[in-house]
Design a protein. Structure first.
Length: 313
């Protein structure tokens, strides 16, 4: 049985991006992220962690010791390493090495882009359709009808669509308006070298598998420390130049069918600071219910606490 089949058997699946998933799915996706990326909790990869324990336990000084004595020695060394790496300043940029639970939480909360992605998944799944219509119409034209469903990068998405060629951050889809938004999130770093072509590959796959409708409008929205300074054509030309330099690796991104989707795609960007400004205007200018007020302000608090917002990096 394939991994995707095992997942669907346990957790179920979705058949279309219009399928609404509970916001609580974002919590299981957070657990899934930590389970698949244990270095976020351990401080190093699982393989490195195991190797370190073995090296300590196999040290010649412990050759004739019993299991309890070996255990105590390893625990002592482990605690020493944890004490060495723990940071007592919120925004200390030291984020490497075996760590205790408190230090692990500090690293993911303030420094992890993957963790931000999961927070954004939950945030977007709870936003009202009114909010999403107003926000996305800043970047792409569509009739504000119907309701939105959102999907994070999760086992549910991957194993339902069986999309293996790339990993997205977050999708928002309005079936009635027939518009798909791909939200590509960054802390303060630069965009990846080939996201536009890869998202077009995703669009092609979703269309072929019947997860979106034919003719769906498609927007790739970058949200990061700064707005993009280049237009779509410049960005696409750079990605194509990279692919042509390494045609064997990127031949799947150079197909004519994919380039037709590139022409169809719209690209836009907004900084996190501008995103917060939009939200504050939305709160001031609309009769927003208390729950959504708490949602927006709570996400602002978390976002403003991130290291890149505090350290100007």
């Amino acid at each position: 049985m394939k991994a995707a089949e095992k997942y669907r058997r346990v957790f179920g699946s979705m058949n279309h991006l219009k399928d609404q998933l509970s916001w609580t799915t974002g919590l299981s996706n957070m657990v899934e992220f930590l389970a698949w990326e244990p270095q976020r909790i351990l401080g190093i990869t699982k393989k490195q962690y195991v190797r370190q324990i073995i090296e300590w336990a196999a040290h010649p000084d412990l050759k004739d010791k019993n299991i309890e004595e070996i255990e105590q020695s390893v625990i002592k060394k482990l605690n020493t390493k944890m004490n060495e790496t723990e940071q007592l300043e919120t925004y200390s940029t030291q984020t490497m090495g075996i760590c205790n639970a408190r230090e692990a939480v500090r690293r993911v909360t303030f420094f992890s882009e993957d963790y931000l992605n999961k927070e954004f998944d939950i945030f977007l799944s709870l936003c009202s359709d009114v909010y999403l219509n107003l926000f996305y119409r800043k970047f792409i034209n569509f009739e504000p009808s119907g309701s939105w469903s959102t999907h994070g990068n999760s086992g549910m998405f991957e194993n339902s669509t069986e999309l293996k060629a790339m990993y997205m951050d977050n999708l928002a889809y309005n079936h009635q308006a027939n518009v798909l938004i791909a939200n590509e999130l960054k802390l303060a770093g630069r965009k990846n070298p080939d996201p536009i072509l890869k998202y077009c590959l995703m669009y092609e796959h979703l269309l072929e598998k019947g997860f979106i409708e034919k003719g769906a409008k498609f927007l790739l929205l970058f949200i990061g420390g700064d707005a993009l300074k280049q237009n779509k054509q410049t960005l696409v030309d750079r990605e194509l130049a990279l692919c042509h330099k390494r045609p064997r690796k990127y031949q799947h991104l150079l197909r004519p069918e994919l380039l037709e989707i590139v022409d169809h795609l719209e690209v836009a960007s907004i900084s996190w600071a501008a995103f917060i400004e939009f939200n504050n205007r939305y709160l001031a200018e609309n009769n927003v219910c208390q729950v959504e007020q708490k949602l927006l302000r709570g996400f602002h608090q978390s976002l403003e606490s991130k290291s890149f917002m505090q350290l100007a990096v």
